[in-house]
Write a protein that binds this ligand. Structure first.
Ligand code: GDP
Ligand code: IMO
Ligand code: MG
Length: 423
């Protein structure tokens, strides 16, 4: 197994998250039998819009709204039973049958209420240098995973209560080190969530996924966060705690590298970042506010305003290199409709020296070097075919494809399922 069988396609974010992964996975789902989320946890907020309704998913793969699609939460994910229960109840209220089409890896790690408290305590202790975490317990849960203390979904069929209490006690001891007040109120809801998880098929998803490949089922792997938040290659320490790059799909699902097929890299026509950390092309004035307002750039998970700025090809090329992207998807193109001039960073000046590399030193003074392009000043939201594209947009696309050397295959012109154009 592994070398033969269908290739698995991967879709992942090339920036700092929120590139529109949820929407695009939903659009691509009819082409696949299986959608699998391979890393991250409820720090993710993936938005889908159709029939004038907006849905935000945190733990559950974005294929869930299409019938006949199998959705899998794989071993790379960290799962919060409380958030999971809430999501399941919302989906069931919409009449979506989940028990048959959602599987969970036994090897996915569980987020405990005390993981979330530890996250908050750690951030509070950092003061000004805080990461800007979503406070969903992601860091502490992955720490317990790599520290070999974690609880996994498969443990709920073993002496779970005892294991839970041992880990909780350890967390409480750790919390004593912090000057942090907390109450542990959510244990009951946690165990209610565990009971919800019991209703689902809990399997060794690495076996199932490789078997599905053998059966020639088409599989799309859905990433969370983005390459610039990757634990190794993101702007450390202002990153998340998982491997968000394509290689993370292999470890996060139990797939051999040779099993990977297309790699869809998704980026916004500009940039956003939520939380702390370097952002060379950030716009802190009027233009930034305009991008935030038009793009409705407020966090899907936390509601925080997202920092906004121009597209950055230095970091985008870095992301292409790390992921081996074969096809690009550009979203939120419509958000640039109002701008006379559209700027794109093509190099950095770091402490006065020109470079095309992302610097190691997070405190270095990085000034973007821009190329200016003419805006199209046309409402794209109603456009449904590439023939309707204004010339300036065609020029923008040509410019990006020449710089990036990867074709842009899909272009987003609005949040709805219908607002996407195939090139
Ligand atoms: P994800 O985390 O990558 O799934 O992205 P989010 O859902 O957090 O944020 C993307 C936001 O942009 C959501 O509110 C989407 O509904 C919206 N969106 C996605 N694609 C487009 C697009 O092409 N145009 C506009 N205007 N909005 C989009
Ligand atoms: P999706 O999947 C945008 C950011 C946080 C913070 C840093 C660490 O919706 O694109 P964490 O909670 O992981 O400890 O936070 O990473 N972050 C995201 N930013 N989109 C996300 O997910 C994010 N998940 C985490 O804001 O800066
Ligand atoms: Mg998001």
């Amino acid at each position: 197994m592994g070398i033969t069988g269908m290739k698995v396609d991967v879709l992942l974010g090339l920036q700092w998250g929120d590139e529109g992964k949820g929407k695009v996975v939903d659009v691509l789902t009819p082409r696949y039998d299986v959608i699998a989320r391979f890393q991250g946890g409820p720090n993710a907020g993936h938005t889908l819009e159709f029939n004038n309704q907006k849905h935000i998913l945190h733990n559950i793969p974005s294929g869930i709204f299409r019938e006949k699609t199998l959705n899998i939460i794989t071993n790379g994910v960290v799962l919060d039973p409380i958030v999971f229960k809430r999501e399941i109840e919302t989906l069931e209220a919409m009449g979506i049958d989940l028990t048959s089409n959602l599987w969970i890896s036994k090897k996915a790690h569980l987020i405990l209420p005390t993981h979330r408290i530890l996250d908050a305590a750690s951030e509070a202790a950092k003061g000004k240098s805080k990461i800007g975490s979503t406070l969903k317990g992601i860091g502490p849960t992955y720490m317990d995973k790599t520290g070999r203390n974690g609880l996994r979904v498969g443990d709920i069929d073993l002496d779970f209560r005892a294991r839970y209490e041992a880990l909780r006690t350890k967390h409480q001891m750790l919390l004593e080190m912090y000057d942090f007040e907390y109450t542990l109120e959510e244990e009951e809801r946690f165990f209610e969530g565990i009971d919800i998880i019991r209703r689902f098929r809990r399997v060794d998803t690495e076996y199932e996924l490789n078997l599905l490949r053998e059966e020639n089922k088409s599989i799309l792997a859905e990433g969370a966060q983005g390459t610039l938040l990757d634990i190794d290659f993101g702007s450390y320490p202002f990153v998340t705690s998982s491997s968000t790059i394509c290689a993370g799909a292999c470890t996060g699902m139990g797939l051999a590298p040779s099993a990977i097929g297309e790699v869809y890299g998704i980026f916004k026509a500009y940039c956003t970042r939520v939380g702390s950390g370097p952002f060379p092309t950030e716009l802190t004035g009027e233009e930034g506010n305009l991008l935030r307002e038009i793009g409705k750039e407020f966090g899907s998970t936390t509601g925080r305003p997202r920092r906004c700025g121009w597209l950055d090809l230095v970091s985008l090329k870095y992301s292409l290199m790390l992921n081996g992207v074969t096809q690009l998807i550009m979203t939120k193109t419509d958000v640039l409709d109002a701008f006379d001039t559209i700027r794109v960073a093509t190099a950095y000046s770091v402490d006065g020296e020109l470079t095309d590399r992302v610097p190691y030193d997070q405190s270095a003074e990085v000034k973007p070097v821009y190329t200016d392009l003419q805006g199209w000043k046309t409402d794209l939201s109603g456009v449904r075919s590439k023939e309707q594209f204004p010339d300036q947009l065609n020029e923008y696309i040509r410019f990006l494809e020449k710089e990036l050397q990867v074709p842009i295959k899909l272009i987003g012109v609005g949040p709805d399922r219908e607002q996407i154009i195939e090139m």
